[in-house]
Design a protein around this ligand. Structure first.
Ligand SMILES: [Zn+2]
Length: 417
């Protein structure tokens, strides 16, 4: 095993320290790095600066997804821009076509999120380039470090939007009409989006902080993902009748909050019984007044399961119980699937390390979108001692982060040789 040069260590810690104040809430310690807003834009500019400092050639698309390429001869390897995202070319060992080895992640966060989800993969990618150079390694294939925009879907509601646009899984024509909570259209903050940026990519490796405690249990700093559970977001609209909280007798009410409340309990029970995941984490109430029976409650179900069939069964069971309760409450229910992601299987063999634990994940990632687009993809996880993610408590120790950089550098070297 090649020992890690001190340059890589210094660079990782310096980069990490540079990023840590950007978008952090003084009161909670959490991060607010919403896409197309100031903190996230500052991080995007930082990424381009870091690429420039390393002599990486940055390519971007209209949506703001970016890749900094380290090309073998320092020159340009032009890729065929056929716009399709099919399988890599047969025996794709040539240095034309899809020969690039891409790593990277995202820089946006959920509201009040942690520091590591996303940025750890981007910073580790840059640090892995530094480490490979300090080893004296010269890649045969281009190595790219990339950033995908709006991975969390925390502003416009559709997770992995940047990678979905870049792989053609979502079209700009449909995406531009998405709106955020303030009613701002995506088309008014982003210029466009579509395939092209990834046309030279033959393999993708995303490093990510673990969102669970499998690596803690296995006493390992780094692990490899086997795949991603199928998952989806479903909007439940409960409609009733607004009325006075004092003068309306209990038996005369059509209260959609009751239907919602029972539905949230039913979803939790259903998921617990089947070892799945169901979460209502977002709610909108009209008129949202303390002294008014609501007229409408909209709630978003995030559901995940180990197979597509199990996911469909879970959502059907929750919908059935909600419908039965709506009849009792005199309310109406409409369920809309806002996004559903199929099961993803990664290629742990790309990493080529049988001594690292292989673990599944119930969280979605850009890596899942690229894998679904036919790009051979692997994921590395770095141990998270709290197991908590999407929260200020998300954490990884520096030695584990450096082990992740080292593992990523090894993987990139393997794939780019
Ligand atoms: Zn992430």
């Amino acid at each position: 095993m090649v020992s890690m040069g001190s340059m890589a260590t210094d660079d990782f810690e310096r980069m990490w320290a540079d990023l840590s104040p950007i978008g952090r809430s003084v009161s909670s310690g959490g991060y607010f790095r919403q896409p197309f807003a100031s903190a996230e834009r500052e991080l995007a500019a930082w990424f381009v600066e870091q690429c420039a400092a390393r002599g990486l050639a940055v390519e971007t698309d209209q949506f703001g997804n970016a890749v900094g390429w380290w090309r073998p001869d320092g020159g340009i390897v032009r890729h065929e821009m056929d716009g399709s995202m099919g399988d890599p070319r047969p025996g794709g060992d040539g240095l034309s076509g899809r020969s690039g080895v891409l790593t990277g992640s995202h820089l946006d966060s959920v509201l009040d999120g942690g520091a590591y989800d996303g940025p750890l993969g981007v910073v580790s990618g840059l640090a892995a380039v530094d480490e490979l150079r300090s080893r004296g390694y010269v890649p045969v294939r281009p190595i790219g470090v990339g950033v995908f925009v709006e991975e969390e879907g925390s502003r416009f509601g559709l997770a992995c939007l940047g990678s979905r646009l870049a792989t053609g899984a979502v079209t700009w024509e449909s995406a531009r009409e998405l709106t955020d909570r303030e009613g701002v259209r995506l088309g008014d903050v982003a210029e466009g989006g579509g395939p092209g940026l990834l046309s030279g990519v033959g393999t993708f490796v995303e490093l990510h902080v673990e969102q669970g405690r499998d690596l803690v249990d296995r006493n390992a700093a780094v692990g490899v993902a086997s795949g991603i559970w199928p998952h989806g977001r479903y909007r439940f609209d409960f409609a009733g009748e607004a009325n006075h909280a004092g003068s309306t007798r209990m038996e005369d009410r059509r209260d959609p909050m009751l239907t919602y409340a029972m539905t949230a309990l039913a979803a939790n029970k259903q998921a617990r019984l089947a070892d799945q995941r169901a979460t209502f984490g977002r709610l909108e109430v009209e008129p949202n007044g303390t002294n008014a029976v609501p007229s409408r409650v909209s709630a978003w179900l995030d559901a995940r399961a180990s197979s597509e069939e199990a996911l469909a069964d879970l959502v059907a069971a929750v919908t059935r119980q909600a419908t039965e309760r709506a009849e009792r409450d005199g309310t109406d229910l409409e369920v809309t699937a806002e996004s559903v992601s199929r099961a993803v299987t990664f290629d742990p063999g790309l990493v080529g390390r049988e001594d690292w634990p292989v673990i599944p994940t119930a969280a979605g990632h850009d890596a899942g979108v690229l894998a679904a687009a036919g790009i051979p993809t692997a994921m590395l996880f770095v141990r998270n001692p709290t197991g908590v993610s999407h929260s200020p408590a998300e954490h990884a120790e520096i030695p584990d982060c450096l082990a992740g950089v080292h593992a990523l550098a090894d993987t990139l070297e393997r794939l780019a040789s």
